[in-house]
Design a protein around this ligand. Structure first.
Ligand code: ATP
Ligand code: MG
Length: 421
């Protein structure tokens, strides 16, 4: 059958390979195209047979499943890996997802669980590939993850999206990180996530990145000395296919980042990516304002709390005085279904405008993800909270077409409440 899902089985135990082959033999829409007994053989067979789904055992003697998945993601990026493990430990799950696996099955699993996973991963992959084919600007592959964004270049005119809120702790970092991953993995965008919380940034923590990596503090002096050819040295490739520009490693280094420096950094990032997502601080200092000014869209996050609503009202007034067009500021209500005695309509009445997007509260997925260092969009893509984030990413990515980029950029003569240097 032409539309069968082509599956490659990788397991060092012959009985397991046979068992899985027999099990899948009953499914008319699945074809086992090969079986490999080691990571090295898996890479070789995957290159020859071009499977759509690879069932990968995590524990193998020569090259383990994680190392094999990492190489597969680079060498045969369209093959989606389902990792199989006898251990359901968080660390295994985290490392597998970061290596580029799409699903994680804990042995023993039922044949229903197995076939459902294969079909789900396949369907998701097909959808992603058709979206990618439709996207005019596509990222090139540099072998670090499922979707590897551009490295050099510099001829793009990406969209800057500031994730802001006038109150802390409402979910800015959570939304910025997961939206970046959604835009990269599901929409095929080349995405850079900049931690704009220069003193106490937590993007690196949520994405489990080594704080010893280079940060914006290294990039700024380079940009001041003259345009560096590539940002690759400063921007980290996260295995989810997103690039990340970290905040400085220590709070006092934040002083280096002047408003002028921020503007230069954003311009440099914009020319190399489709989307530049910035996780901002919740206070109005000059650098945050420089980010908000430069942004095409400001996603303003609020929660169902009186203080959040009050600060939002004030922010909308400030945005007005700054001359931001109405469409530039979008309201995102996080944890919109929390039952705290305030309803969405109360919020809308209080601030005098409609909420543009809502995101459900899902403490389980969010905290589970946080504690394991794997963003929930990677580990639990089907969850409602992930779907909400995906809808937000889709709306934002389509924003430019809707708003018209020229309009969105006409802000040079805008009034300013602050005197920028
Ligand atoms: N949709 C959600 N459902 C459940 N919990 C959430 C959700 N969004 C965020 N949280 C939780 O709320 C807390 C604050 O989130 P986050 O750190 O993303 O907010 P922030 O605005 O970036 O905060 P800060 O001011 O510290 O930078 C975290 O514990 C996070 O796990
Ligand atoms: Mg934060």
């Amino acid at each position: 059958m032409a539309d069968q899902i082509r599956v490659l089985i990788v397991d060092d135990i012959p009985e397991t390979r046979d068992h899985l082959t027999k099990l899948l033999g009953f499914e008319s829409d699945i074809e086992v195209v090969g079986a490999a007994s080691s990571g090295a053989q898996a890479l070789q067979l995957a290159a020859e047979l071009v499977p759509e789904v690879v069932l990968m055992d995590i524990n193998m003697p020569d090259m383990d499943g994680i190392a094999a998945t990492e190489r597969l993601s680079a060498e045969v990026p369209d093959a989606a890996v389902i990792m199989m493990s006898v251990q359901g430990e968080a660390d295994y799950l985290r490392r597998s997802m970061l290596a580029g696996a799409r699903e994680f099955l804990v042995k023993p699993f039922s044949s229903d669980e197995l076939t459902a996973s294969i079909r789900q991963v396949y369907a998701r992959e097909q959808e992603k590939q058709s979206r990618r084919a439709a996207a005019p600007v596509m990222a090139s592959t540099n072998g670090t993850g499922p979707v590897a964004p551009t490295g050099g270049g510099g001829d793009r005119d990406g969209q800057i999206v500031a994730v802001f809120s006038p109150k802390g702790g409402v979910g800015r970092t959570t939304i910025a990180v997961n939206m970046a991953i959604a835009a990269a993995t599901e929409l095929g965008k080349s995405v850079v996530l900049m931690d704009g919380s220069f003193q106490f940034g937590d993007v690196g923590v949520l994405m489990n990145l080594n704080p010893k990596n280079k940060s914006i503090a290294d990039l700024v002096p380079e940009l001041e000395a003259g345009e560096p050819e590539s940002l690759d040295t400063f921007v980290i490739n996260h295995s989810a296919g997103v690039r990340v520009l970290l905040a400085p490693p220590s709070p006092e280094m934040a002083e280096l980042i002047t408003p002028t420096a921020v503007r230069r950094v954003l311009e440099a990032l914009r020319t190399q990516h489709d989307l530049v997502i910035v996780d901002c601080t919740s206070w109005f200092n000059e650098t945050t304002l420089a980010i908000l000014d430069a942004a095409d869209v400001i996603l303003t996050i609020l929660s169902l709390e009186i203080t959040s609503i009050k600060n939002m009202r004030l922010f909308l007034e400030v945005a007005d005085q700054l001359g931001y067009e109405h469409g530039k500021v979008k309201l995102v209500l996080n944890r919109a279904d929390s039952s705290l005695g305030i309803r969405v309509t109360d919020v809308e009445n209080s601030i005098g405008r409609k909420v543009d997007h809502t995101i459900v509260s899902d403490g389980r997925s969010v905290v589970y993800a946080l504690n394991r260092g794997v963003p929930f969009f990677l580990s639990n893509r089907e969850a409602e909270v992930s779907q909400d984030v995906l809808r937000l990413a889709q709306a934002v990515a389509g924003e430019r077409v809707a708003a018209g980029s020229d309009d969105a950029r006409k802000k040079t003569e805008k009034k300013s409440l602050f005197s920028f240097r």
